[in-house]
Design a protein around this ligand. Structure first.
Ligand SMILES: [Zn+2]
Length: 239
């Protein structure tokens, strides 16, 4: 690669910083874009409503127990009726069996209708709670639809950002391969110290391009006599 042979210039640090800023901006977008915020909002809404439904259901847990029992009984009685009906189809039944099975069938049908009534009364007695749960479930379903839609959006946004990030990361890597170790270490050190602007050009009116402080001629002379031309006030590198 020809870039390996290019001489290192302090202005390369400005380019590196520019790339780092872009990377920082993209990572910030990734965490805080409008859709990400909407997604987080929807998720918390989803959790909230799920919790509400659970609380409501807990409040009427006797209802659920009872209605489950009724459903189980109804199922077993219905099956009994089906099998009795099958027996009644048999042409070879004698009259005793016929009477017997018919009675059994009627008795089971009566039980079934009594269970229906019981269930209706049970439902009526818990109507308000059940309506509330239905409303909550409906809004949960709506949120689910939104969640899926926004998740897709976020995913495609992230894919887009990741592609851009990869380009910058590659560029950064290739740039760093051309950096002397000392320059790299200084850059990292200033960055970890939280220096806002690590490297910048000197401003026309003798101000530090990094922190904006006014520099005297002798300060400037001193700065430019050192290898990394750091501002004594902010530590930034003056190019
Ligand atoms: Zn400065």
């Amino acid at each position: 690669m020809s870039i390996m042979n290019e001489p290192f210039l302090l202005s390369n640090l400005i380019d590196l910083q520019e790339i780092d800023n872009q990377i920082f901006k993209l990572e910030k977008d990734k965490k805080g874009s409008e859709s990400v915020i909407r997604l987080m909002h929807l998720e918390s809404e989803f959790n909230e409503i799920t919790k509400k439904i659970q609380i409501q259901k807990n409040e009427i847990q006797d209802y659920y127990k009872e209605s489950d029992n009724i459903a189980t009984s109804k199922k077993s009685i219905s099956q009994k009726i089906i099998s009795i009906k099958a027996k009644l189809e048999d042409q070879s039944l004698d009259s005793n069996d016929l009477i017997n099975y018919t009675k059994q069938k009627e008795s089971n049908e009566l039980q079934l209708s009594q269970l229906e009534t019981k269930l209706n009364i049970l439902n009526r007695n818990n109507l308000d709670e059940l309506n509330e749960i239905n409303l909550l479930t409906d809004s949960l379903d709506e949120i689910k639809v939104d969640l899926i839609e926004v998740s897709k959006l976020v995913k495609s946004e992230w894919k887009n950002i990741d592609q851009k990030l990869a380009v910058y990361e590659t560029e950064k890597k290739s740039m760093l391969s051309n950096f002397p170790q000392k320059a790299q270490e200084l850059y990292d050190e200033l960055k970890s110290r939280g220096v806002d602007v690590i490297a910048a050009y000197r401003l026309d009116n003798n101000q530090c391009g990094c922190c904006g402080v006014d520099l005297t001629t002798s300060e400037l002379d001193l700065i430019f006599s050192t290898e990394f031309q750091q501002c004594p006030y902010c530590g930034g590198i003056l190019v």
